[in-house]
Design a protein around this ligand. Sequence first.
Ligand code: PGA
Length: 251
Amino acid sequence: MRKKIVVGNWKMNLSRKEADDLVREISQSTSLDNNTEIVFAPPFIYLDSVSSVCLNRQFFSTAAQNCSSYSNGAYTGEISAQMIDSLEVKYVIIGHSERRQNFNETDKVLNLKMNQALKNNLNVIFCCGEDINQREANQHFDIIEKQLSSTIFKLDIHNFKDIIIAYEPIWAIGTGKTASSDQAQEMHSFIRSLIDKRYDNKTGSLTLLLYGGSCNASNAYELFSKEDIDGGLIGGASLNSSDFISIIKSF
Ligand code: PGA
């Protein structure tokens, strides 16, 4: 049975105090079943302190929102996968559409980042998603297949086991416009069939697939009740403890 997982992607939000309060409120007030994992993805500057809190709490872990494509050296402002791993962080998010669009991250860069992450014991939460024009032109399945084929499907089966895929339609991110649970399920089931084809059925059935894009306390239950949706990558609604707790309890 696949575990359930909810990842809070804080993006570039929260003061130090707000971050501390949020983690405390969520980690203290949630009773979890042991098949659910809660992941905080804070900005780098808070990663060490959030990671220390999570290390003492079962079912809680952390993700970096990014990592460098370089291993170390004269790259001012960069943070390496090795540094992230040294904080006992478990995951790194790679391929988020905001990084593809605003920071020009190409497939080549994503593949370099992924190699750094996997080499340094980090699991990868890999994002894919189509934009509104591609959805309206009915190209969304082709686009997702291309995004995966040029990146994570280049990995061998041994490395692929460290990958979680987040389907995040760009038109749903931060817009309040969620994919319907049927649209999300349809795409998740398609992604799982691609994994079956590229690797094998066992890998397909074990890979965790998250939905992201305006997932909130009101729609999480319906989304998470779908067969191929194993949890969510949550942006805006992860910044408020009561909303995030409701999402965690939506399985
Ligand atoms: P959102 O963001 O929940 O605010 O739409 C999701 C994401 O970008 O991961």
